[in-house]
Ligand binder design. Structure first.
Ligand SMILES: C[S@@+](CC[C@H](N)C(=O)[O-])C[C@H]1O[C@@H](n2cnc3c(N)ncnc32)[C@H](O)[C@@H]1O
Length: 367
């Protein structure tokens, strides 16, 4: 298969979900999927200022560069992120990533690592790699594999550190990154030649399997409100749609994009979709509340208005009458091997030429 065909294959829209004709109630065990989620601790090497958390309306927020990110970082949000980690994995048959990185990958960066669940699992799978997770919040566990470390930093400021990486990973960052082209360019600059950037993210709004339901879906309304709120404060909840363009502009090649539909709730056919649906149900049930303050701040809506939208959306999730799904993009791209190699010959040529001139002048001076 040619590279072009492969690329085409990866660009295909997600396979539509088929509705299961059987019962799709969430049942009594809807919460059991999160019962084994581990609790997270703290990373002791970090400066205490990072622990100066902010509190509002019963939720806890990051302290470092306070206000930069609008979703909470408390236990409830950490549980949601760990649950969502499994959703990402299940939807690509258990894989942590799709990029064809070599088994002997050396240096890896996880951007906006959250609880560090991806970072730690990657470090376990690749014991010879040095794996760094960076986040605004020091919410990662204290006991981690020896090849895994965490750092508190704002990835939207200049990456002044010298490290370069073979693999950079970023997941679920649509509510976080305001300058995607800037992030992608920094990732390019900090990748070793031949290294990969992988981004995995949802793209809003949430879809209705029956397009006619869009007119009556409150979840769809919520998605539209999120898009509008994002625009006002510089967040693009449709960013994955533009990744290809930004990756190309930065100089990446071999861009692969795979779109997947996550059913919300167990309404879709096939066992895998049912497991996925139960997990996404729990994820979205909590996520819409976590995102409430963002909507209130950006659109000047009242707490009551947003709460009504949240309650209506939750009722819609529970009812499972409208078959909702979320589009998700898995994308990876490679930094070319020869960006430096192409420049090196011209540098050598210029130097050689200068030396030749200097030698000639020196020879003239001695005659
Ligand atoms: C939705 S969570 C995703 C966490 C993790 N990537 C995952 O998939 O489980 C977004 C994370 O990005 C972090 N974040 C947001 N803005 C950031 C920034 N400017 N610099 C570093 N981390 C940031 C948040 O603290 C949060 O942990």
């Amino acid at each position: 298969m040619s590279a072009r065909e492969t690329e085409h294959e990866h660009n295909r829209p997600a396979t539509p979900l088929e509705t299961d004709s059987g019962p799709s109630s969430l049942g009594d065990d809807a919460d059991s999927a999160i019962s084994d989620i581990k609790s997270t601790g703290r990373t002791e090497s970090l400066a205490s200022s990072a622990y100066a958390y902010q509190f509002k309306d019963g939720r806890r927020y990051h302290g470092y560069d306070a206000g930069v990110y609008m979703l909470p970082n408390d236990e409830a949000e950490q549980d949601r992120l760990d649950l969502q980690h499994h959703v990402f994995r299940i939807s690509v048959d258990g894989k942590l990533f799709l990029a064809p990185i070599p088994k002997d990958v050396q240096s890896v960066l996880d951007v906006g690592c959250g609880t560090g669940i991806w970072t730690i699992e990657f470090a376990d799978d690749y014991p010879n790699a040095s794996v760094l997770g960076v986040d605004l919040s020091p919410i990662q566990p204290a006991y981690v594999p020896v090849n895994c470390s965490f750092r508190v930093d704002n990835v939207e400021t200049d990456w002044v550190h010298e490290e370069t990486y073979d693999f950079i990973h970023s997941r679920a960052m649509v509510a976080a990154l305001k300058d995607w082209p800037g992030f992608i360019q920094q990732a390019f600059d900090h990748l070793n030649p031949g290294g990969y950037l992988e981004m995995q993210d949802v793209s809003f709004p949430t879809g209705c399997n029956n397009p006619e339901d869009e007119a009556i879906s409150r979840v769809r309304d919520y998605g539209d409100v999120m898009l509008e709120a994002g625009k006002r404060i510089g967040l693009d909840f449709e960013a994955p749609e533009k990744w290809r363009e930004w990756l190309e502009a930065a100089g990446f090649v071999d861009i692969h994009m795979k779109w997947v539909n996550w059913p919300i709730g167990p309404w879709a056919k096939h066992q895998k979709n049912k497991i996925l649906g139960r997990f996404t149900y729990l994820d979205f049930y909590d996520a819409i509340e976590a995102a409430g303050p963002l909507v209130i701040a950006a659109l000047g809506k009242t707490q009551e208005e947003v709460q009504t939208l949240i309650d209506d959306s939750r009722a819609e999730f529970k009812a499972q009458k409208i078959r909702l799904y979320q589009r998700v993009c898995f994308c990876y791209a490679r930094k070319p091997e020869n960006t430096q190699e192409e420049e090196v010959p011209s540098v050598i040529d210029v130097e050689a030429e200068n030396k030749q001139i200097a030698d000639l002048e020196a020879a003239k001076a001695t005659t």
